[in-house]
Design a protein around this ligand. Sequence first.
Ligand code: PLP
Length: 409
Amino acid sequence: MKLDSQIIQNIRADFPILEEKIYGKPLIYFDNGATTQKPLCVLEKIEYAYKHLNANIHRGVHYLSQKATEAHEEARSTIAGFLGATKREEIIFTRGTTEAINLIAFSFGEAFCQEGDEIIVSVMEHHSNIVPWQMLCERKKMQLRVVPMHENGELQIDAFRRLLNEKTKLVSVTHVSNVLGTVNPVDEMIRISHEMNVPVLIDGAQAVPHIPVNVQEMDADFYVFSGHKIYGPTGIGVLYGKEKWLNALPPYQGGGEMIEKVSFEKTTYNVLPFKFEAGTPDYIGSTALAEALRYISEIGLDNIAAYEHDLTAYATEQLSAIEGIRFIGTAAEKSAVISFLVGNIHPYDIGMLLDKLGIAVRTGHHCAQPLMDSLDIPGTVRASFSFYNTKEEIDVFVAALKRVVGMLS
Ligand code: PLP
């Protein structure tokens, strides 16, 4: 199904915030890479759950507790289906991508890493896929290795091959760059890593809202994402892990839910997925996230990908007319992200003035300071799109940018 302008108008009506006026101007929200807006069905789900389903889950014998447990566990099944996981037990709820990566960096590090071992990341990682590995490397006296990229923002796969060696314990790379929009060849990177028996974690934070993902087809060992970037609530995220890995890893946090039996002499741990879910889980968040996934699955990720591809191509073409514009990230495979600089104008100044015109873009290093350093730039202006954005909004944005550049030049 092609998402034509009538369908997009109907979709936009599902997102109340798109009606907002910012300084008297209609909101143009191009900061979807940072977080996405929420459709009514997700907002209503949260309200419904608090009004009708709220009780702490698992172990409760009473009606409400059982209903809330059912909703939470159904959400787990929905997510397993969405990612193409083999089993629902392979889905662990976390607070987001960051917590999921920290979980693996800790637990995998405890179980499988020792002094002298190596972890591979890429130069385009978000801080949340760098710092947890640096912390592990510091703890265990290990080395972090970094896959470089070509000038257009594509990873150097030959260099990646050369980095893999018998000391490599794990590869952790982003599926889609939040700065460059590059869609990395993760299938190929996983295949190459597996030839060396090295497991791979894929940071899917910027991928799952835009392209269909199937963890079994790509053969990822771990795949992580955040609910708030895929039209769900904040504070909930997902770690997918192959059962064999999750069973082999020690728990990340201790507390209620994750235990089988506790005594002062010895504690034994619960089975998957509960072993990794200490404390009261965000059962409202999980239910609302499942609703968000149902919502976008109904629109269809293939349809979303095609629409956003057109939108990004249109925006790139329109922006190219601006004198002095320089695109940061021009990979052949790109997602709905455009990062750019204009002449010597500081990105922050552009962002500030666009804001006054009702246009929300992000400026700065986008939590990817090592990438900025490698490009020798302080930051970029980033416009990141969703299927609720339109060509008309892009026209307004480009006209506004021309005005802003005129004022700042
Ligand atoms: N990874 C990537 C590629 C991201 O873009 C982000 C957020 O921008 C994160 C990880 C961190 O996500 P969160 O802050 O939701 O944990």
